[in-house]
Design a protein around this ligand. Sequence first.
Ligand code: ATP
Length: 467
Amino acid sequence: MENYSILEDYSVNWSQKLGTGINGPVRPCTKLSTGERFALKVLLDKPKSQTEVNLHVQCSGHANIVTVYDVYANDVQFPGEEYPRPRLLMVMELMDGGELFDRISQKRGFTEKQAAMYARQIAFGIQRCHMLNIAHRDIKPENLLLKDNSEDSPVKLTDFGFAKVDDGNLVTPHYTPYYVSPQVLEAQRQQRREQRGIIPTTTQYTYDKSCDMWSLGVVLYIMMCGYPPFYSETPSKTITKDMKRRIMAGEYEFPSDEWNIISRQAKDIIKGLLCVVASERMNIEEFLSHPWLQLSTTLPNMQLHSPSLLLDKNSFEAAKEAHSRHLTELRLPETKLTLKPLAIVDNPIMRKRRIQNNESLDNRHLVEPPEKRRTKNELGITCLRDVIAHCILPPRDESGDDSRLCLSVQIACQNNNDDQLLQRLLHRLHWNGEIFTQKVDRSKLAEALAKLVESRTRPPSEEYLKT
Ligand SMILES: Nc1ncnc2c1ncn2[C@@H]1O[C@H](COP(=O)(O)OP(=O)(O)OP(=O)(O)O)[C@@H](O)[C@H]1O
């Protein structure tokens, strides 16, 4: 990143726009030393933009990702502004060919084979991101640009404004049941509970990479037929309730008017992508090795209907808008609330419930009935699992220290207060009852707790049952 003025290296055409997004126009610029033309994206210098630039730079340098050449941190004052503001100026390769779908709409004789060629290129771009453990999270027609106006121009992925390092992805093939670590199973178990909405947990999980695959499915579907898989009967710019229900239920069709000329393999690959259950959705490697993408395969040479249908600007705009909204919803889990375990909640409703359950303070000295002890044990285990999950997938907004982990351990201790094994294993990891006095090895902690949970959840042996 350079701190000196961009104008020492480039001349910027501030009045021309190559395109406009939420961050304002992308403008053309020319390198002074070579006369070469580039595209300039200007972002307010904020943490979110720094992440965008960072992740884009990391993924850059691949044939199917728009290359970032230079980044400048300059104070820039635009007309109407009272003072210059710190901005990041990202110099990217110039994509002169426009958006992929605009090109397709102009094509005569667009075939399945050509669609497969584009799909492969988009997938290579996604593969690059996923290999770096980066989820793009905004794969949509507007972010698929063509290098130039030639027939064989490559398509490239751009706009890393929603990209993030995907540290919570549990659905890649590395987690096949045979190789899965207990920690991952633990986290998956918790995630399933969370998805069913049964028990609120303190940890968040994401399926970001698999969201990219879903989006790829939508893009591919549109490329094949010209309309989106999930649409509302009355075209609207927002995502309707009915559309949402269909998306959630994975209800889409291959209407015969457009799809009867399309191969079974193409439909098969789309089904693999538009699979509602994220863990069963095709991942990028599976996608790229699918027979439909092996260009040696003989694909129907029929002219697809998509170009003519994409020409209907109104319905295409509505489809793009709806897909964008769905992407926003897919990204929403980040803002989920975190809730306290029930055991430590102390509010009037909980107090009343406890009294109704004969758990009032007066009764505390009484020996608890066995089923209540079992519930207590379950609660203790849940808290231990919360700690394990915290170690494996720390909450996104966790600060650099262990304070939230310590809180989670304290809660687990309170709910497992008669467990000597727990006390001993924590002691070995330098737990003083409140904090870890040395930097704790989270994977060791998770592993030790997983063993403890396992020992407490193992069914009684047959021998024991006989007595
Ligand atoms: N490298 C490029 N070369 C040519 N045009 C570009 C380039 N990058 C972006 N554009 C054009 O500018 C538009 C906006 O770019 P981009 O999507 O990166 O901006 P954004 O402000 O993040 O937009 P969004 O609203 O999609 O999040 C693109 O849709 C495209 O038309």
